[in-house]
Design a protein around this ligand. Structure first.
Ligand code: 5GP
Length: 194
């Protein structure tokens, strides 16, 4: 998506540890006009599938998912990150290794909001190693709902998670795929520009 790539080129900052900072429009301040374009683009890319629920993960995914959901006219469910080891109640849970925070946490959703008959599109801001997405897909499968695909705003292709999941048959659409980035020069190279 050219509009997004242009925004990343202009405003993205390459930080230490292969972290791309896009706080000016995605992860802190949010560009809602741009989010609306994400919604239209995902609606176009997933035009052939039926979606009745969007699933994301707190915190950065929520704002994006809410705007994208307007294009699909469906509710948004977000997985909560839980610090407690013993989770009580009727929930589905899955374990995720956090890329940015370098720790393991559990993600949970209440059983009452996800189950057989749901056709779930997962939306998230970043895909790096793929752990967050795998955790979300596992929740969907545990619930008996159908996973119809995943829409990612920025995939860091050089970390391999996206390609691994595609090879495993996961339907995955990323609006921008970063193939390399250089902390010293700040240069960012996108996949289809090679
Ligand atoms: P994964 O589980 O695919 O390794 O990482 C995905 C999660 O880590 C995303 O939900 C996102 O919050 C975070 N993340 C991974 N890489 C980056 C990055 O370069 N920049 C930002 N802002 N978040 C990232």
């Amino acid at each position: 998506m050219e509009l997004l790539k242009e925004k990343i080129r202009r405003q993205g900052k390459v930080g230490a540890g292969n972290v791309l900072k896009v706080d000016s429009f995605l992860n802190h301040q949010m560009d809602i006009k741009l989010f609306n374009e994400f919604g239209k683009e995902f609606k176009r890319r997933f035009a052939d599938v039926e979606v009745n629920k969007i699933l994301t993960i707190e915190a950065s995914g929520i704002g994006i998912a809410c705007i994208v959901a307007q294009s699909f006219d469906v509710p948004v469910l977000f997985a909560k990150k839980s610090k407690t080891k013993n989770i009580a109640g009727e929930v589905y849970t899955s374990r995720v290794q956090s890329y940015t925070h370098g720790r393991i946490f559990d993600i949970i959703v209440a059983k009452e909001f996800l189950g057989p008959g749901d056709k779930v599109l997962i939306i998230d801001d970043f895909l790096a190693n793929g752990a967050a997405l795998e955790g979300l897909i596992s929740l969907v499968k545990d619930s008996g709902a159908e996973f119809v695909g995943a829409g990612i705003i920025i995939e860091k292709g050089f970390q391999g998670g996206g390609d691994r999941l595609r090879e495993a048959g996961i339907r995955l659409e990323s609006l921008a795929i970063v193939d390399s980035m250089d902390e010293t020069t700040g240069e960012i190279v996108f996949r289809d520009e090679k």
